[in-house]
Design a protein around this ligand. Structure first.
Ligand SMILES: NC(=O)c1ccc[n+]([C@@H]2O[C@H](COP(=O)([O-])OP(=O)(O)OC[C@H]3O[C@@H](n4cnc5c(N)ncnc54)[C@H](OP(=O)(O)O)[C@@H]3O)[C@@H](O)[C@H]2O)c1
Length: 252
């Protein structure tokens, strides 16, 4: 079997795992953050966990990318830069913006998140610098422009939504407030909405099954969690805005 065929099978595996994760996460909430609970084995601090499990999306992605034949061509380099821009912030800046509250993440979740990042790093990095074909004219194509705009919009929404959450807590505070403003007017989890929009943008900008598989995998994790978080807010806040949806304005 050639490596290109293996890559194709891994893309299919990614779609299959997404379906499985979606079903599982509709039944069981991943035990971190507000759903932290005992019984999931050893755990490590939330900050270290984020740095450890997101690192492959920066380091392994870069190593695989630069092994590709087209790694120094213009368009693959632009796509590489977009991916790294997001993941360097997520891996090395986001964990230090989290208010430390003593919460921990089970090693099992860290391990699964590393597998998720390794699979996506291989599938996407190998696609853009080796198996895909991105001439410089791709940068002025409709999919690239539309996808990049989607990514930029999703990134801004995600960052703003996370910032609103961070500002709800003073140092040392571990309570949950009622987020308001921005897209919280319409949904409970605009950070997840922004994240999903961003990876849909990646799928469009790369116009590839590799990119689509990552968008689907992100949504398969975030949709069930957003629904659970929405229910959690409704249970705890009597004045929770009735018209607010979970994660897609007016729909879900
Ligand atoms: N690509 C993917 O598949 C994927 C998967 C997961 C996450 N992400 C992204 O990673 C980021 C973090 O995800 P997450 O699941 O940790 O998000 P989250 O549950 O919304 O929490 C984000 C941070 O805000 C705090 N927080 C949440 N709600 C709060 C409230 N009402 N009042 C005060 N503080 C609050 C949380 O504290 P606690 O920890 O104490 O709850 C946590 O530190 C998001 O931008 C998300 O889009 C991406």
């Amino acid at each position: 079997m050639t490596e290109a065929q293996i890559h194709g099978w891994l893309v299919l595996l990614s779609f299959a795992l997404s379906a499985q994760s979606f079903i599982l996460l509709m039944v069981v909430n991943a035990p971190y953050g507000r759903f932290e609970r005992p019984g999931w084995g050893p755990a490590i601090s939330t900050r270290s966990a984020w740095i450890i499990f997101e690192s492959p999306a920066v380091v392994v992605f870069a190593a695989i990318y630069f092994a590709g034949d087209h790694a120094f061509a213009t368009t693959p380099l632009v796509l590489f830069g977009i991916w790294q821009f997001h993941y360097i912030i997520r891996t090395f800046i986001f964990p230090f913006r989290i208010r430390e509250t003593g919460k921990r993440i089970p090693v099992l979740i860290v391990f699964l998140a590393i597998l998720f990042n390794l699979l996506n790093a291989y599938v996407n990095a190998r696609w853009i610098s080796q198996f895909g074909s991105y001439p410089v004219t791709w940068l002025t194509s409709i999919p690239f422009i539309a996808g990049s705009l989607c990514m930029a919009a999703g990134w801004v929404i995600n960052q703003h939504a996370d910032l609103v959450l961070f500002r709800l807590r003073k140092p040392g505070d571990a309570t949950y407030g009622l987020p308001r403003g921005g897209m919280y007017r319409w949904i409970s989890c605009p950070n997840y909405f922004g994240e999903m929009l961003m990876w849909c943008g990646w799928a469009i900008a790369t116009w590839s099954l590799a990119g689509l598989s990552f968008a689907v995998m992100s949504a398969s994790n975030l949709l069930p969690r957003a629904i659970a978080i929405h229910d959690w807010y409704q249970d705890r806040f009597d004045d929770y805005p009735a018209a607010r949806k979970a994660v897609i304005p007016y729909l879900v």
